[in-house]
Design a protein around this ligand. Sequence first.
Ligand code: SF4
Ligand code: MG
Length: 324
Amino acid sequence: GKKVLEVKDLVTTFRIGKKEYEVLRGVSFDIEENETLCMVGESGCGKSVTTLSIMDLLPNNGRVVSGSIKLNGQELTTLSPKERNALRGKQMGMIFQEPMTALNPLLTIGRQMTEGLRLHLGMSREEAYETAVSYLEKVGIANPGDRMKQYPFQLSGGLRQRVMIAMVMAAQPSLLIADEPTTALDVTIQKQVLVLLNRLKKDVSTGILFITHDLGVVAEIADRVIILYSGRKVEEGSIEAIFSRPLHPYTVGLMKAVPNVDVDDFDIQPIPGTFPNITEEIGGCRFHPRCPYATDRCRTEVPAEMEIAPGHFVCCHKVEEEHR
Ligand code: SF4
Ligand code: MG
């Protein structure tokens, strides 16, 4: 398939006091159209910073230092903030955990949906109205005409989340970035939202970058998975490879905690040792203080990425030595 997003050697830093710390230490991955890539890792691993770097929404003390981000073949890192802003909402849609951050409380659902479509896709008033109604129907909202007249506060959390998805998908973005979009929802609604995203992905051929710490959600929605640890990718593979043949000791630790993939809500379980702070200097493999297999080489040399099987990448000296 066509590549929608290509991220290469992305390095993002945060300034704290007078020092700059690397939060992303050279992260690379691609997403094709009609594909969902789940990015998994503990809180603080760099998942959200990856999405903020792609969207150009880093806080003031954060910046992309080097690397490349291409959307439909176009390099983003050299564009002006204004040009980046124009891509958001149009080529790039975003959904978050809390829909109220994306919805304007002062405007009716109809007003905000149609304004976006008129602005981003140049639709006429009538066209925008019809499109908005049809997407509200697609996300399973009954009486969409009535809902269009309501304000966000008049809707339940689950309905607001669906409205946000309808709003984002109506613009037919080539890339959808979803950062923990179902975490605040109860399990039944969570399932509905995931089914919905899967369907819309096929309808619109969108590539989805889905951030989560819930392995049950990963099992439900991912085509491929990448595991981040302390600002680096440690493993990447198809959903089958990651769940049934995990290789990196960190991934193996995560997967051990999963008795079967049909569990509804299965958060990443803490594995022994503490997760490093970004300000902590750790040489070699960032996982070595927690890894039962760590050697001197692990403490000094950053493990390179190795393709163990087609599409299955691992960054680990032990795995590399075993597969040489
Ligand atoms: Fe463990 Fe070494 Fe592999 Fe890092 S490189 S995960 S420390 S064996
Ligand atoms: Mg986060």
